[in-house]
Design a protein around this ligand. Structure first.
Ligand code: SME
Length: 158
């Protein structure tokens, strides 16, 4: 179930990306809106799949040492290679975890899926353990769909 607050974020993003015809501008706007949704989001960003490698896109948060991530590395790589959303309640007990900050306790990664392709992903870290819920996953999956549809339109027009 998606509650009214989450529905509001989805609607705000849908409206905000409508008139963005530049990929970076579109993703920057979306990630800023996502980041302001919760004080518990401590790194909020996109990774984009380019030539089989994930490259960091627009983000809000501390600089990450992981600007590029191979698909067999990290929770980021696992989400894209399996085309599934992943919530990790305790990153320190997940051997796949690549740390951006020592303060990170939990993480959600939602892939940007376009049929059998993946364009990238939304990645959010929290300094609070078990921060992300199933409702968040549902919300980010809807947001991912909006972003994918808009990205496809923007890329065609390049
Ligand atoms: N934690 C991610 C790496 C990305 S940084 O957190 C920004 C992972 O384990 O794949």
């Amino acid at each position: 179930m998606i509650d009214d607050t989450r529905r509001q974020l989805i609607d705000n993003i849908r409206i905000a990306v409508l008139d963005k015809n530049d990929e970076t501008e579109l993703l920057t706007e979306a990630i800023k809106l996502i980041d302001t949704f919760s004080d518990g989001f401590d790194w909020t960003g996109f990774y984009l799949l380019k030539d089989g490698i994930l490259e960091v896109g627009p983000y809000v948060g501390p600089e990450t040492p992981h600007e590029k991530i191979e698909l067999d590395k990290g929770i980021c790589g696992a989400s894209v290679s399996q085309k599934i959303s992943i919530i990790v309640d305790d990153v320190n007990s997940d051997p796949r975890f690549l740390a951006c900050s020592v303060n990170t306790k939990s993480e959600i990664v939602v892939p940007l899926v376009d049929g059998d392709k993946v364009l990238g992903e939304i990645d959010i870290d929290s300094n609070q353990p078990s921060f992300f819920t199933n409702e968040d996953r549902e919300m980010f999956e809807e947001i991912a769909e909006i972003i994918v549809n808009r990205l496809k339109e923007v890329r065609v027009n390049v």
